[in-house]
Design a protein around this ligand. Structure first.
Ligand SMILES: Nc1ncnc2c1ncn2[C@@H]1O[C@H](COP(=O)(O)OP(=O)(O)OP(=O)(O)O)[C@@H](O)[C@H]1O
Length: 285
């Protein structure tokens, strides 16, 4: 069997059951991702980005098509696909160290006590959180909690790191620091990453390719923009780089000309609450 592509989404479609009948959120989503690629998903609120991510995570089952990771069909959540959500989701009664340790214990890691300690410490070090290893989530800032969430995901040694607006709730400066850390970690570990973002600069700075989604219903991939900027990337140098600005412009053009959102935020929220009525809650920006 061919192993050319590491992660493949083929003809993925998703219908959600609603009181008014099935709602076709996604249609014909096709994407081939290579090992080590950093992919951003961008598109207007409600287009289906989280649905795509949740299908890759194995949290949702596509109603059409499917996902293959290293020649194996994805049918359920697994430690080889770790997820980082916008709201860290750390266990509040466990220290940063214990939160990471618990995640590692859930994988079949076969580490001795000493190796486990070294591994947890190593992952906290990667996200620059060694100094706060013994703090509870309530004792650290939002940015620090997000760092621990990333350490926890990385410590599981996932083949694919899935991030749903990981920096969405952070102030601009903290966000910039975390983006730099994620770029550093990606350069070091070479994980495959899929990240949802609403931030055009973040998408251009971090990605190898930006996947731009059309508005729903029946949302799909509208365009894919390869970002051919040399790494390591420096945000200050890139601010004056014409190629960087060209990429930014392409994404903005897609979002605000080609896929201009006609629906107001109010209409979107109303529609969402009607559709869900008791279904799983998702984050709305
Ligand atoms: N469990 C569900 N039941 C019914 N409809 C749903 C469900 N989950 C999502 N939807 C609908 O599917 C569409 C895509 O939702 P999704 O959350 O994937 O969008 P998104 O692009 O991630 O949005 P945002 O950027 O606001 O987080 C929306 O119209 C949403 O209302």
């Amino acid at each position: 069997m061919s192993n050319k592509h590491h992660l493949e989404l083929t003809q993925v479609g998703m219908d959600f059951p609603t009181p008014k009948g099935p709602f076709n959120a996604l249609q014909d989503v096709n994407l081939r991702i290579n090992k080590g690629e950093f992919i951003s998903l961008i598109g207007h609120s409600g287009c289906g980005k989280s649905t795509v991510l949740n299908i890759v995570a194995g949290l949702y089952k596509a109603t059409k098509g499917g996902v293959i990771l290293d020649n194996q069909e994805v049918n359920e959540p697994g430690p080889e696909r770790a997820v980082v959500f916008q709201n860290h989701s750390l266990l509040p009664w466990l220290s940063a160290y214990k939160n990471v340790e618990l995640a590692v214990k859930q994988t079949q890691n076969g580490r001795s006590k000493k190796e486990m300690k070294e591994w947890v410490e190593h992952n906290l070090e990667l996200v620059h959180m060694s100094h706060a290893a013994d703090k509870l989530p309530a004792e650290i800032s939002g940015g620090m909690k997000q760092r621990v969430g990333i350490a926890r995901a990385l410590a599981m040694e996932p083949k694919v790191l899935l991030m749903d607006e990981p920096f969405g709730a952070l102030d601009a400066l903290t966000r910039a620091h975390l983006q730099d850390s994620v770029m550093e970690i990606h350069a070091k570990l070479g994980n495959t990453v899929i990240m949802i973002t609403h931030d055009v600069d973040e998408a251009v700075l971090l990605s190898d390719r930006i996947v731009m989604m059309t508005n729903g219903p029946a949302a799909t991939i509208g365009e894919i923009l390869p970002i051919e900027l040399a790494r390591p990337r420096n945000r200050i140098e890139l601010a004056d780089n014409p190629q960087y600005n060209h990429y930014r412009h392409e994404v903005l053009k897609f979002l605000y000309e080609k896929q201009r959102k006609v629906e107001s935020v109010e209409e979107h929220r109303k529609k969402q609450s009607e559709q869900k009525s008791g279904a799983t809650q998702i984050n709305v920006a």
